[in-house]
Design a protein around this ligand. Sequence first.
Ligand code: FES
Length: 175
Amino acid sequence: MSDTDLQRRIAEAIQNPKNMGELEGADAVGTVGNSDCGEMLRMWIKFKEEHGKKVIDRATFQSFGCETAIAVASLATELIRGKTTEQALSMSGEELAGDLGPLPPMKIHCSQLVEEALRSALQPSSESRPCDAVKQATPPAPTDAPSLLGNLGQASQTGGGFRIIMLDEKRPTEP
Ligand code: FES
């Protein structure tokens, strides 16, 4: 896909982004940030029972992200509907980018941001896959998760309150 074609698809996706905003009563929430480019993304997920299986009923997102991350999140939140946790977790960043197709190398971390937000929501206690570009923030409890905007606003007022952990960060060694 040419750069122009990709730009057009991204522009189309962000013209009317789907599933943007906080999801009330979400069962899971995941937040990731990338301190290199300053983008952040939070994803909320709600499940339902279907044919005896727990599947994703709805997913929404908020982003202080680039247009590519917003476009991918918009597509991804549509694509994971009706999937089980395992099925959603098995999707790669490229699959989550849907119609945007394979992204150019400098944009791959944008889809990884979405992939890691999904992973953070669905597997909050497990290690995310190593990714140099993506740093994972501590996910808040689903029941009282503030909006990303509120979260950052609060952090700026208090001078803290939002911690970003680098995935490749080494834990300090015990004395
Ligand atoms: Fe960093 Fe897109 S430029 S997430």
